[in-house]
Design a protein around this ligand. Sequence first.
Ligand SMILES: [Zn+2]
Length: 74
Amino acid sequence: MTGALAPVKPLTALDRCDRCGAQAYIRATLPVGGELLFCAHHGRQHIAALRDKGADILDESARLSEPSIIAPND
Ligand SMILES: [Zn+2]
């Protein structure tokens, strides 16, 4: 660990929700290190609590402009 801040990388189709495996649109970087990835659905469930813990949130769910994208599982 060098302590240098990693550049913010945009989420890609290869990034998957930690909860359901759908494409991730939200990344939460924890102040203690590590990061969590969420789809838009699970992101909304967890982001508020993560923000309270000081996590840095990258929310790209605004890119979800396709109306056909619906999570098949809950
Ligand atoms: Zn999910």
